[in-house]
Design a protein around this ligand. Structure first.
Ligand SMILES: Nc1ncnc2c1ncn2[C@@H]1O[C@H](COP(=O)(O)OP(=O)(O)OP(=O)(O)O)[C@@H](O)[C@H]1O
Ligand SMILES: [Mg+2]
Length: 274
């Protein structure tokens, strides 16, 4: 029997309560995110899907502390309310755009967050160098970002996020630019790392298969202004391998989620029509 006292005493790792984000002033205001309530348990792998422009990246900007939420709601980390700016530096965040510095080598881009934290350059470099082969980037340490493909740049950004060791990681479409094979390799790599270190992961994707394959829970957002449409617990056994995508359980969840996402995506297009 689970001990209820313990369960109650452990707060969610991350909690969003009535979170809103509006850009600009009425009448030209864009409500990007509305009334988002979300709880992420410690060590969970949660995937987030929703139509383009529904507010997913905006939500991540707020969780990472880069963008203050509107005053309606609150963000809690380990049960503690986080005031504006308090979340900065507490969370590892890989933004949707890779934000690599063109004047720095790949190695120096990878070590950036560690250096900002004050780690001596030599130690930061040694730490980063050890990861290059694992990310399929061995031999590219001294290249510059413009000398890499889109998928390679994405892997550098992912590596940088992992080097910034935080127990909550936000990944905004980290595998979007990868070919199917590399993507599948990186998915399995990510699951291995997650199983080993049990960090909490929040992962945005447009790929429903990927959301189900990786997640303990898939959170679906509505069309903008984005709020939580539904949450689907994924009970497929772990460790998961590629064969899982052909199981009836996988197919059933996929069918259900496809219907919901399609409904919301159609709303986005209807809203955009003249
Ligand atoms: N800094 C900003 N100023 C004004 N509007 C913004 C700003 N950032 C985002 N928006 C608007 O907020 C809405 C949500 O954008 P966001 O980037 O969060 O969507 P998304 O769900 O991540 O989309 P995608 O799947 O295409 O990446 C959009 O309408 C966008 O135009
Ligand atoms: Mg986005």
């Amino acid at each position: 029997m689970p001990d209820e006292t313990t369960a109650v005493a452990t707060p969610p790792h991350l909690q969003l309560v009535n979170v809103w984000k509006r850009f600009g002033e009425a009448p030209k205001q864009t409500v990007a995110v509305r009334n988002v309530d979300l709880s992420i348990e410690p060590g969970a792998f949660v995937t987030l899907i929703g139509p383009s422009g529904c507010g997913k990246s905006t939500l991540f900007s707020m969780i990472s502390g880069l963008l203050p939420p509107d005053s309606d709601g609150s963000l809690l980390l380990n049960g503690k309310v986080q005031q504006d700016g308090a979340l900065l530096g507490k969370i590892a965040f890989m933004p949707q755009r890779d934000l690599l510095f063109p004047w720095r080598t790949v190695l120096d881009n990878a070590t950036l967050a560690l250096e900002v934290e004050g780690m001596p350059r030599r130690r930061a470099r040694a730490k980063a160098e050890a990861l290059f082969p694992e990310f399929g980037l061995g031999g590219f340490e001294q290249h510059y970002p413009h000398q890499l493909s889109g998928g390679m740049r994405q892997r550098v950004a992912l590596m940088r996020t992992f080097l910034f060791e935080r127990d909550l990681i936000l990944l905004d479409e980290p595998f979007g630019a990868l070919d199917a094979l590399t993507r599948s390799m990186m998915q399995r790599w990510l699951l291995d790392i997650w199983a080993k270190h049990r960090r909490t992961v929040l992962f945005i994707t447009h790929d429903i298969d990927e959301a189900i394959f990786l997640g303990d829970k898939v959170v679906v957002m509505t069309a903008r202004p984005g709020t939580i449409k539904c949450e689907e617990a994924i009970t497929l056994p772990r460790p998961r391998d590629l064969g899982v995508v052909t199981t009836p359980e996988f197919m059933a969840v996929k069918k259900k989620l496809l219907a919901v996402v399609e409904e919301e995506s159609l709303k986005t297009f209807a809203a955009a029509s003249p």
